[in-house]
Each structure stands twice: as structure tokens, then as C-alpha cells.
Design a protein around this ligand. Structure first.
Ligand code: NAI
Length: 331
């Protein structure tokens, strides 16, 4: 095979033989002259590979591609992130070297929204405690495991983009009342589905369950914080499958400890990048609360979504090799 490019796929071992084979033997990549190397580690300044002669890096959210990482890779000409979010890449440092960065804008709107409901249902029906009752305690008894119905409760959706819209549709399927907050109002969708847009404070005080589907931006940093968490309806639940730093962790912990919040389902944590790098450990106080469920940024992770991610990433890489890159992100 005559290859003009080499694409290194980072932390790809975890995607299993099927995924590895899918990229390593991909005919479209071969036709575009792209050789593939599968890397077992993430890409970051502390985990640079010995072999740096790749011009394309395909990374996931767990690769902190900062300025030092980019500087250490002289051959690098293109970064394809296998995710929708791109806050793990220093776009300014990439731009300074003329390295375009592509993302996968849509692969799992339903996938992430379904996971948000997995967390909501796990909290509302005490699934974790129920399973521990039988599988850890070996008791087949329901004392202390009473939950609550979703039907008739109010679901507050923060961010009504691709994922938020699916969450709204699923909430409707559970016969929940929907309220939403977004800086951009999709009034046609709101009318069609039947929900109002509220100010953030009103959403917090009216919702029984709050689910976050906004991107992480300077404007959404600590969107839920110690200044407004007191507005939350007493005992309401919050689910975050968007980005950890949209919620101020200290405010969340205090609200859970005081009972202001009834529980939280977190697929993302404010400190997750540093945790992965081993720089900080998990917030033990938060993790140990019985009404908190934490998952390791797993909302995207279905087989169907995974192959949609790979297909778009491969298309992005091929478009780059043809000189007309697609799905380029801007800071
Ligand atoms: P999207 O771009 O389709 O929708 C985001 C919505 O948030 C838009 O309607 C936008 O107007 C709104 N928004 C922007 N700024 C806001 C603000 N200050 N306050 C309230 N709303 C605001 O994005 P999509 O595809 O729905 O994804 C949402 C987020 O979910 C992504 O940015 C990503 O961080 C996260 N995500 C998490 C995954 C996981 O595995 N846990 C997987 C995929 C995405």
C-alpha cells in the first residue's frame, strides 16, 4: 500500500478488536493513502508516543492535547477528535501551527439522551440500591427502596439542541411536563412538542428533575453555582451528561448534603481531565453520598454511536487528505 499519510488512533485498544479492525482495514482510508497506527495510550504531554512520525492524530475526549503536546509533534498536520466536544484540545496552539481540528458534530443525540434517562431512572427508582440489596446484601426485600413516578413530574431541560431535544421527546414519552432554558429558543419545536422556555431561575425552581445538555463555554462555566442552587425546588434531582464544569462542584456537594437536592446523576465531573491525568483524585465526599450516581463519561458509549463516530472521523480524515477538511471546529 502506498501511504502518504499516517493516522495514529489514540487510546484505541479499549475499543476492542472489532473497532481496531474497522479502522486498520478500512478501504476508504487505504484508498486515500492513509496508513493507520493503533495506540494504546491517550495523547498528552506526559504520554507522548515514542514513534512521533504521524501527521494525523485521532483522539478522544480523554486525550489532553495541550500546547506542549502539539509542540512535541513536529509532523502533526491534522487532529480529528472522535467526540462532539473539543475543550480537551488547545485550539489556539493548533491554529498557531496551522493544524485544523475536526470533530464529530452529531453521532448520538438519542444515545446521550437515553443515558440521561438511564441516570434519571436509576435515581427515581433507586436501581443501584435495589441491586445492591440483592446482589451485595443477598436480601430480597424492598424496605427503603421506594422511589417516585416520572409521570406528571416536571423535567427541566437546560440546552435544547440536538441532545436536549431528544431528552424532551423521551420526557414526553414518560408523560412528564417539560420546561426548558436555552439562550437560543427553538420556538417552532417548543410549539410542536408543547413546552415553555423559562428563565434559568424559574426552571430551577419549577423542575423536579433537571437535565443539562448545553455545551461547556465561558458562558456556561458554573451555570449552576452557589448563587443560584438555592433556587432549586427542595429535593429535586439533577443529571449532568454535558460537561462537569457547568456545575460548581462545591455548590452541588453542599446542596446534596443539605437535602436541597434529592440526588444527582453525573456522567461528567469538573475535575475529570485532571483525574484521568492522575493529578487529582475524585471528590471523595461527593462520591460517597448515597444519592449520587457517577459514571465515567459513558453516555456516548453504544455500539451504534461508536461506529457513527468512526465513520465521521474517517470521513474527516479523508477530507483533510483531499485538501478540503470537513467538520472543522473553531474556538
Ligand atoms: P447542540 O449544540 O446541538 O446543543 C446545545 C444547546 O445548548 C444549543 O441549543 C445552545 O443554544 C444551548 N446553549 C448554548 N449556550 C447556552 C447557555 N449559556 N445556556 C443554555 N443553553 C445554551 O449540542 P448537543 O449535540 O446537544 O450536545 C450538548 C453537549 O453534550 C455537548 O456540547 C457536549 O459537551 C455534551 N456531550 C456529552 C457526551 C457524553 O458522553 N457525556 C457525548 C456528546 C455530547
Amino acid at each position: 500500500m502506498n501511504t502518504n499519510h499516517k493516522a495514529a488512533f489514540f487510546n484505541f485498544e479499549k475499543w476492542g478488536e472489532e473497532g481496531k479492525q474497522y479502522v486498520a482495514e478500512n478501504q476508504a482510508l487505504r484508498d486515500a493513502g492513509v496508513g493507520v497506527e493503533i495506540m494504546s495510550s491517550v495523547l498528552g504531554e506526559n504520554t507522548l508516543p515514542a514513534d512521533k512520525d504521524f501527521d494525523i492524530a485521532a483522539v478522544f475526549m480523554d486525550s489532553p492535547v495541550n500546547a506542549k503536546t502539539i509542540e512535541a509533534l513536529p509532523d502533526l498536520k491534522f487532529i480529528a477528535t472522535m467526540s462532539t466536544g473539543f475543550d480537551h484540545i488547545d485550539l489556539a496552539a493548533a491554529a498557531a501551527r496551522g493544524i485544523p481540528v475536526s470533530s464529530v458534530p452529531a453521532y448520538g443525540e438519542n444515545t446521550v439522551a437515553e443515558f440521561a434517562f438511564a441516570l434519571i431512572l436509576a435515581l427515581s427508582r433507586k436501581v443501584r440500591e435495589s441491586s445492591a440489596r440483592v446482589q451485595v446484601e443477598h436480601r430480597f426485600a424492598t424496605d427503603g427502596l421506594c422511589g417516585f413516578d416520572l409521570k406528571g413530574k416536571t423535567l427541566g431541560v437546560i440546552g435544547t439542541g440536538r441532545i436536549g431535544k431528544h431528552a424532551i421527546q423521551i420526557g414526553k414519552g414518560f408523560a412528564m411536563d417539560i420546561v426548558a432554558y436555552d439562550v437560543f429558543h427553538d420556538d417552532a419545536f417548543a410549539k410542536e412538542v408543547g413546552f415553555p422556555y423559562l428563565e434559568l431561575g424559574d426552571l430551577l425552581s419549577r423542575s423536579d428533575v433537571i437535565t443539562i445538555h448545553a455545551p461547556y463555554l465561558p458562558s456556561t462555566h458554573h451555570l449552576i453555582n452557589s448563587g443560584n442552587i438555592g433556587l432549586v425546588k427542595k429535593g429535586a434531582y439533577i443529571v449532568n451528561t454535558a460537561r462537569g464544569a457547568i456545575i460548581e462542584t462545591a455548590a452541588l456537594r453542599t446542596a446534596l448534603q443539605s437535602g436541597q437536592l434529592g440526588g444527582a446523576g453525573l456522567d461528567v465531573l469538573e475535575e475529570e481531565a485532571s483525574m484521568k491525568a492522575g493529578d487529582v483524585s475524585v471528590d471523595a465526599d461527593l462520591m460517597s453520598l448515597p444519592n449520587v450516581i457517577v459514571t465515567p463519561h459513558n453516555a456516548f458509549n453504544t455500539r451504534e454511536a461508536y461506529f457513527r463516530i468512526l465513520d465521521t472521523t474517517i470521513e474527516n480524515i479523508i477530507a483533510f487528505t483531499k485538501g478540503s477538511p470537513t467538520n472543522i471546529v473553531r474556538g
